[in-house]
Design a protein around this ligand. Structure first.
Ligand code: SPD
Length: 389
């Protein structure tokens, strides 16, 4: 299947369905009018040969940085994070010290509105031509004119399982028709707790999935919906062993846990890592019949970036088909680069939980944005949920 074609088709439909969620940063985000004026990256003066990057953990190929350094002579400092909340806190505090950051597109929308990013200078991005027009169109829903963001990778939130351990823990109980039951229905979680259930450690991801499971709109601002999601979550709370995000890959790969609510790409990576480490755990990312929650992680240049020219060189380098394909082949996430598809390994290209079927793509819940008040409410309820009282 040509995933990029399918995806483009889906996005055209999605753009019509979703409309543009317009949410601006609240005053509590400390966004000043001054900062809200976007700046265009200064073009020509020479910069010191340094590039500071802040990206998600386990999201790059082993030679991506080394090859860039060799090609450009620019030294890269690369730090990682595991939640949009952590990145957002750094961005609103200003002086991030980074030249490239990789927020989820829904958070990036808030950050664009808050003046936290520099505009892209497309004259420095000739490899832009390699990007999938369907993805660019979808990105333009949150970033009109594709002015600030370039998609890094994309995937969806779902349930990941260790197939053998889950079957053993469920015993005579058959697998549910709806994969979300494995993490939200006490009939299943009460059995699966014996082999270990883990959740993402982030309010937005947890509440979005809980609302979806309850059949509520995922980006609703309705407090009653969040209360209903909280009440449902509290019923499975005693069965959850831990909350972590970046740690799920190794926990699954080593067999420490058997069920996770998290990111599909990380579940496929856990399977790959388990084979590489000879731990031989069979990990699968399930594709829920009712749909997963789609996300796109995007490259952006913070307003305070000291090396915007180097940041453009990095972006243009990443958009080379072979560079992008190597990242997909390493981290098992789908990418936005149409020209990269021919360089993606066959087993990854044919994996229907990475490159979804048209039918499954159509079921994904598109990325959206909660307003600041809703985010505060989610954080309050999440803290209670996590503490379990
Ligand atoms: N290991 C890479 C994880 C990237 C996850 N991005 C998550 C976005 C959540 N909505």
């Amino acid at each position: 299947m040509n995933m990029n074609l399918s995806y483009s088709k889906y996005l055209l439909g999605m753009a019509i369905i979703t409309g543009l969620a317009t949410v601006s940063c609240s005053k509590s985000d400390n966004t000043t009018a001054e900062a809200a004026k976007p700046t265009v990256a200064a073009a020509s003066e020479p910069e010191e040969k340094i590039l500071n990057i802040y990206n998600w953990s386990d999201y790059i190929a082993p030679d991506t940085i080394a090859n860039f350094e060799k090609e450009t002579g620019i030294k890269v400092r690369y730090d990682v994070f595991d939640s949009n909340e952590i990145l957002h806190a750094k961005l609103i505090a200003k002086n991030t010290g980074y030249d490239i950051v990789v927020p989820g597109s829904n958070w990036a929308k808030l950050q664009i509105d808050g003046g936290l990013f520099q505009k892209l200078d497309k004259s420095k991005l000739p490899n832009w031509k390699n990007l999938d027009p369907g993805i660019l169109k979808q990105m333009a829903e949150l970033d009109p004119g594709n002015t600030y963001l370039i998609d890094w990778m994309w995937s969806y939130n779902t349930v990941g399982i260790n197939v053998d351990k889950v079957k053993a823990a469920l015993g005579d109980t058959p697998m549910p028709d709806n994969a979300w039951d494995l993490v939200f229905n006490p009939t299943y979680t009460s059995k699966l707790k014996s082999c270990g259930i883990t959740f993402l450690d982030t309010p937005a991801d947890v509440f979005q999935a809980a609302l979806h499971y309850l059949g509520k709109p995922v980006y609703t601002g309705t407090p009653e919906d969040y209360q209903a999601a909280f009440d449902m979550l509290m019923k499975v709370r005693p069965d959850i062993k831990k909350f972590n995000s970046g740690g799920q890959i190794d926990d699954l790969a080593s067999g420490n846990i058997c069920v996770a609510y998290g990111w599909a790409g990380d579940f496929n990576l856990a399977h790959k890592r388990s084979i590489e480490n000879k731990a031989e755990q069979h990990i699968e990312a399930l594709v829920p019949k009712t749909g997963g929650l789609m996300f796109m992680d995007t490259m952006a240049i913070p307003a305070d970036a000291k090396h915007p020219n180097n940041a453009h060189l990095w972006m243009n380098y990443i958009m080379q088909p072979k560079v992008t394909a190597a990242i997909t082949n390493t981290v098992t996430y789908a990418n936005p680069n149409k020209a990269a598809t021919e360089f993606v390994d066959e087993d990854i290209k044919n994996n229907k939980s990475i490159f979804l079927s048209d039918e499954d793509i159509a079921k994904l819940v598109p990325p959206g944005v909660e307003d600041a008040k809703t985010k505060r409410n989610m954080t309050r309820l999440y803290t209670k949920f996590k503490s379990g009282v």
